[in-house]
Design a protein around this ligand. Sequence first.
Ligand SMILES: [Zn+2]
Length: 453
Amino acid sequence: MKKISAASFAFVVVLLAVYAIIHFYSDESAGESMNNSIPSNGASYVIDLEMPEVGGFQVSAEIIVTNDSQQSWEDLAFFFVPNEMNKESVDAEIESVSVGGTQMDYELDSGGLFIELESDLAPGDQQTLLFEYTLDVPEDSLRLTRAGTNIYLAHWYPMLAEYDAGWQVNDYDPKGESYETGYGDYTVTYRLPGEYLIATSAPDGPVEASTSGTLTGKAIKDFYAAFLDPADWQVAERKSGDTELRIFVPAQSDILEETASLSVESFAFFEEHIGDYPFEELDLIANDGYMEYPNIVEVPSDEALLDSILVHEIAHQWFYYLVSNDPYKNAWLDESLTEFSTALFLNDYYSDEDGGFQTAQAYEASTTPKPYADMALDEFDTASYYATIYGKVPLLLKDFFDRHGGNEAAQEFLADYYEEFQFRRVTKQQFRDFFEAYFEGDQQEFLNSWLQS
Ligand SMILES: [Zn+2]
């Protein structure tokens, strides 16, 4: 949303406000607890990002935290994981954490950043914190990385943790997503040492190179930003429904068209069969990151991997982003439903009743899955995590729907589930209750066969 006039900016602000009201408050009903409403803990981020030289950043992050729990908070907890994701390479050094000019004591431990407050933050009250830090992003790191002059900023700033009768902070675990964040509003200003193509979680607008700008986005779980060297990329821009898809593939690649058309086809399928995507832009970067972020995904540059990985990352926008969950204790709520949705699309795409489940079958066959899906990330080893979450669970859902109406019934179930939980943080128990109420008869035996009650 850069380079627009003040008048059109004001218009966009009004639109965003209307949008936020419609999407945040229309689903709320009086009987629901605070845990079910969105945002589960509101945070507003104003981040200033300066890159004086390629890969080196000076960051200033002002974070306005609202206590929308029912309890007073003695401290605040954030995830600050750059050094955990890349112990040997990335260097993030906090210079200061302050409140109203007063330096605060903080503790950074295994990616959890805790700040003791001078006085308790009562329910409904706000606290504004200012973080100043430097960030050094070398090549060949994990996720938060650089490739030549191209920069990929993932999980690069202090992200407010979720509060649910206590701060939900886990040690960093690279197998999956150990950091759970709520929905927040973002204003990110950047200044770069040269011209870059900008692709972020915010609406970035038509693809054009810039050296500086300000981006704003609402209801973003965690803010991702890529700064791409214009010489290294070719771009396709496609419209699907109300959403602009911006597809970036390497300049020397010959699969721009294949990537763009599969993106549009799968995105349209998920909008039609699961539900409307409420944001104006989705970016896809073929940098082989294989990772989902709000409104932007990292996808393969290898044509052979498009079906299984590109489609999976797009499906994550529905399960992980638009329906949220704790990915540490219940990774199946996003990963398994994403893989299941991917397979449903591929069944349709291949015109093959169950041909879309090949990836899940390969995962399940790779090693012995764990008996239960709802084990914490640190209770899995990497192989059993994949076999269980990406293999066994999508396949047992397939088996269930094979007996309960087939692919179409599965899509209807996902659509109703999405409608119920959009912009909410769904728990295992909420999924169980929804599932039990949705189908005729007692579903406890089925649910208990793969979830610990
Ligand atoms: Zn995934």
